[in-house]
Design a protein around this ligand. Structure first.
Ligand code: AMP
Length: 285
């Protein structure tokens, strides 16, 4: 695996690769890599893409600076994992390489309702920050394929919208990849490594709630009742839900009740101590 730290060097190298007619598969990450990230590299390799992964903890997408400060960094281990996964290139830029004049001086992106609900409502400015960094990275890498995880369901919709706004949705194919989970169902996340033993032991309940909400949709239950059961279950274990919601899976318009005529998604954000976890499941009638 070749590691690049500057935009100039990686652009030159990828231009050369493009001349060799390889298709470039891009996997943007914030590091502290786990099997969820590696599954994206595997997906890219399955379609014979030349795999480019980036690790950049993007300050512009953290509305809470203490969350940014606490974000785990494990670059040496990340490099070993990527090498084992046979990733071809790692882009590891500094903050000043991406934002030479500060992130406030880069183009803002807006996503309408998509940026005001759920994660957008809880983390004001978050998706504008995601838009800024992903746009810069896409301009540098110019991938044929962009691999992102469905674990961040709203982010997938936002980035697909970004690609449209940038006019690259035909040249860069968006590939949404399945959420990788621990044996108890907990979605893999860089933040999981901050859970203590007792928090980790109960964190799988978030997934149990998703499965229950998904399953009960299909037997004609009332979402309001199922939601209340989940809130009670989580709070009894000291897990504090920020939202437990169902929405139209295409628009993220929130639904007060199940609507089996449309594709829905159930979304949960919850806090265990100061660690915030998100997860989702699609409900396909
Ligand atoms: P992050 O480093 O958290 O910004 O994530 C980088 C990419 O990995 C994003 O596209 C995430 O959706 C994806 N990802 C994170 N966790 C998982 C997971 N458990 N399964 C699949 N993809 C994931």
């Amino acid at each position: 695996m070749i590691i690049f730290k500057t935009i100039k060097d990686i652009k030159e190298y990828l231009a050369f690769q493009r001349n060799n007619a390889v298709k470039i598969g891009f996997i943007p990450t914030m590091g502290a890599l786990h099997q969820g990230h590696i599954s994206l590299v595997d997906e890219a390799r399955k379609v014979n893409a030349f795999t480019v992964c980036s690790i950049f903890v993007n300050p512009a997408q953290f509305n809470d600076s203490s969350d940014f400060d606490k974000y785990p960094s494990t670059v040496n281990e990340d490099i070993l994992l990527l090498e084992k996964a046979q990733c071809d290139v790692l882009f590891l830029p500094s903050v000043s390489e991406i934002y030479p004049e500060g992130s406030a001086h880069t183009k803002d992106y807006h996503f309408g309702t998509l940026e005001t609900v759920f994660e957008g409502a809880m983390r004001p400015g978050h998706f504008n920050g995601v838009g800024k960094v992903v746009a810069i990275l896409l301009q540098i890498i110019q991938p044929n394929l962009l691999f992102m995880g469905s674990k961040d369901f709203q982010q997938c919709l936002v980035v697909q919208d970004l690609c449209k706004q940038m006019g690259i949705n035909n040249s860069t194919k968006f590939v949404a990849c399945a959420t990788q989970r621990e044996p108890d169902g907990l979605a893999m996340s860089s933040r999981n490594r901050r859970l203590n033993e007792s928090q980790r032991a109960i964190a799988g309940i978030i997934y149990q709630c998703l499965v229950s909400i998904q399953g009960k949709a299909l037997i004609g239950a009332s979402f309001a009742i199922v939601k209340k059961e989940c809130i009670d279950l989580l709070t009894a274990k000291n897990i504090h839900p920020e939202y437990i919601s169902i929405a139209n899976a295409d628009t993220l318009e929130e639904l007060s009740e199940y609507d089996l005529r449309i594709k829905m998604v159930v979304l949960i954000a919850a806090r265990l101590g100061d660690i915030r976890l998100i997860d989702n499941l699609v409900i396909n009638p």
